[in-house]
Design a binder for this molecule. Structure first.
Ligand code: 7TS
Length: 420
C-alpha cells in the first residue's frame, strides 16, 4: 500500500477542519530551522501561540496596561474588566460552578504546591495517607513528598503496567479510610496515557479522600467538565493550551477553597489589615497575592476563545488521525520500540531506538528542522519502570500535519542509518 498517497484522503476525514488554514494562525510555524522547514513536535512541553493570543497581549501593553482591582481610572478599569472576563472564560471552559473556584497561579506546578501546602499541610497528620501514581510528572510528585516530610503522612504510589497504564486493581488496594488525598494526572506527559480519572475520583470519594487532577496535558486535547468529574481540585497551565507562559489555573470546589488558609500573603488578598491582624479577601482573591500576571491572564482568555472556535472535538479527531498514522509508520522502523502503548491515549509518540541514545536522536532530528523532546520528561519514575534513562518523544497538536509525520519518520530512519 502506498501510505503517503492516502494522506489527503485521511486528512479529509475531519470535515470542515482545514489544517493548512489553521497553520496560518501560528506565525512561528512558518520558518526554517537548520535550513529545513520547522516541524514542531514538542507540543507536550509547550504549545505554539495563535496570532489572536499574541495580539491580545500586545493590545494590553499598547493600549491599557494598568494594575487591576485598585485604580478608579479608565485604564485600570479596562484591565480589571479584561482580567475578570478571562476568569469567566476559564470557568465556562472547564464547566465550574463559579468564578470563585477559579484561582490564577503561575502554572500547574504552582497550583499543586498551593493545594499541598494550603490544604494538605493544614489537614494531614502522621496517621494519614496520600496516593499518587508512578505515571506522574515531577510536579505532581515532589510537592507530595514535601508534604509527606512535613506532616509524616505516608505517600503511596499506584503502579503501572507494561503498556504504561495504571493498574486499577492495585489502586483499589491502596485506598482505605486513612487516604486523605489522591493526586493523579489526567493524561501522562511521558507516554500519553489517558487515566481512568472518573472511576478513580469516585473510588476515592467512597473513602472520603479529596482528589486533585493534574490536567496539564489534558486541556489542549479534550474537554473537561469538573462538575461531571466531581474532582475536588483540577490544575492546568496556560502555555500548554496555546496561551502564554507564567499563567495557570487552580480550580477548587468553593467550600474547600473557603476553608483553606492563604498560600501567600500580600496585596489584593486582604480585606483589611491592622498591625494586629488581617482579614482575608473573598474567593478567589484570597489566593492571588500581589500584582498578578495580568497580560498572561488576558492571553489565556484569548487562547480559550481560539480553542473554542476550532472546537475540542475537531482537535481530538485530527490528533487521533495523526497518532494512528504515526504509529502505523513508526511500527515499520526496525529497532524502534514504543514506550507507552495504552489503549486510551493522546497524541504522544514516545520511543527508543536500539543502540542510539535519545539525545542523539534529538540532535539528528534537529538538524532536519524537527523539534522533539528527548530525556526523562520530568517523569523519572516512568523511566525507572521501563528501565531506560530516556525516550524520544514526539507530541502532536492540531496544527501538525500528516506530511510532518512523514518528515519525522524519514528523520528517524536517518538516525538508524547514521548509527548502524
Ligand atoms: N503536569 C504535567 C502532566 C506536565 O506535563 C507538566 C509539564 C507539568 C505538570 C508542569 O507544568 P508547568 O507548566 O507548571 O511546568 N510538562 C512538561 C513536559 O512534558 N515537557 O516539558 C514540560
Amino acid at each position: 500500500m502506498n501510505k503517503k498517497s492516502n494522506i489527503a484522503e485521511i486528512q479529509n476525514q475531519t470535515e470542515g477542519f482545514d489544517v493548512e488554514k489553521i497553520r496560518e494562525d501560528f506565525p512561528i510555524l512558518h520558518q526554517e530551522v537548520n535550513g529545513k522547514p520547522l516541524v514542531y513536535l514538542d507540543n507536550a512541553a509547550t504549545s505554539q501561540k495563535p496570532k489572536s493570543v499574541i495580539d491580545s497581549i500586545e493590545k494590553y501593553y499598547r493600549g491599557y496596561n494598568s494594575n487591576i482591582h485598585r485604580g478608579v481610572h479608565t485604564l485600570s478599569e479596562n484591565a480589571t474588566e479584561a482580567y475578570e472576563s478571562a476568569r469567566i472564560k476559564v470557568r465556562d471552559f472547564i464547566h465550574a460552578n463559579s468564578t470563585k473556584e477559579i484561582v490564577f497561579v503561575r502554572g500547574a506546578t504552582e497550583a499543586i504546591n498551593l493545594v499541598a501546602q494550603s490544604f494538605g499541610r493544614n489537614t494531614l497528620g502522621s496517621e494519614d495517607e496520600i496516593i499518587i501514581t508512578e505515571l506522574e510528572h515531577h510536579a505532581n510528585i515532589v510537592p507530595w513528598q514535601l508534604l509527606s516530610q512535613q506532616t509524616g503522612a505516608k505517600l503511596k504510589y499506584v503502579p503501572i503496567n507494561d503498556n504504561g497504564e495504571l493498574v486499577e486493581s492495585e489502586y483499589k488496594k491502596l485506598l482505605n479510610e486513612k487516604t486523605r488525598i489522591v493526586a493523579v494526572g489526567h493524561i501522562s506527559n511521558a507516554l500519553g496515557t489517558i487515566n481512568p480519572i472518573e472511576n478513580m475520583i469516585n473510588l476515592a470519594h467512597e473513602y472520603g479522600a479529596k482528589v486533585l487532577i493534574d490536567g496539564a496535558q489534558a486541556t489542549s486535547h479534550t474537554s473537561v467538565d469538573v462538575k461531571k468529574l466531581d474532582c475536588d481540585f483540577y490544575v492546568f497551565s496556560g502555555h500548554k493550551l496555546f496561551g502564554p507562559t507564567g499563567i495557570g489555573v487552580l480550580y477548587g470546589k468553593e467550600d474547600l477553597l473557603e476553608k483553606m488558609p492563604p498560600y501567600q500573603g500580600g496585596g489584593d488578598m486582604i480585606k483589611m489589615v491592622t498591625m494586629k491582624e488581617t482579614q482575608y479577601n473573598e474567593l478567589p482573591h484570597k489566593f492571588e497575592a500581589g500584582t498578578p500576571n495580568i497580560s498572561g491572564v488576558i492571553g489565556l482568555g484569548a487562547a480559550i476563545d481560539y480553542v473554542n472556535k476550532i472546537g475540542l472535538e475537531n482537535i481530538g479527531n485530527h490528533e487521533k488521525q495523526l497518532l494512528d498514522y504515526a504509529n502505523q509508520m513508526a511500527s515499520e522502523i526496525t529497532g524502534l520500540k514504543f514506550i507507552g502503548t495504552a489503549k486510551n491515549k493522546t497524541s504522544i509518540l514516545s520511543f527508543t531506538l536500539d543502540g542510539i541514545h535519545p539525545h542523539d536522536v534529538g540532535t539528528i532530528l534537529n538538524n532536519e528542522g524537527i523539534a522533539i523532546r528527548t530525556g526523562h520528561h520530568c517523569a523519572m519514575p516512568v523511566m525507572e519502570y521501563f528501565q531506560i534513562p530516556a525516550t524520544s518523544r514526539a507530541s502532536f497538536s492540531f496544527y501538525n500535519t500528516h506530511a510532518e509525520v512523514d518528515v519525522l519518520i524519514e528523520g528517524i530512519n536517518k538516525c538508524s542509518k547514521v548509527f548502524n
